[in-house]
Design a protein around this ligand. Structure first.
Ligand SMILES: [Zn+2]
Length: 88
């Protein structure tokens, strides 16, 4: 089994871009949920539904951004493992 050390993995420009996108998407999701949770009980159901859909959409975007970041990090791990195997 090939050991992949953290020192072999460097953050590239895409890492920083994707982590920033993920952080932003997660923050927008959090804000959308905060808006939904703070809705006054006397508001019409249409308004609640609109906010709920916005929160659902923000959640989906956050999940996709997290997945893209995760998959990119995995590609670094694979590349590092291949490089480690080649020099072993
Ligand atoms: Zn990267």
């Amino acid at each position: 089994m090939t050991q992949v050390h953290q020192s072999q993995i460097k953050w590239c420009g895409l890492c920083r871009h994707l982590s920033g996108e993920f952080a932003t998407a997660a923050r927008l999701y959090s804000e959308a949920v905060a808006l939904l949770a703070a809705i006054a009980p006397n508001r019409p159901p249409q308004e609640y539904n609109r906010l709920r859909h916005a929160a659902e959409e923000a959640k989906r975007r956050s999940e996709l951004a997290g997945l893209a970041f995760e998959q990119h990090l995995e590609s670094h791990h694979r590349t590092a493992a291949i490089a480690a195997a080649a020099t072993a």
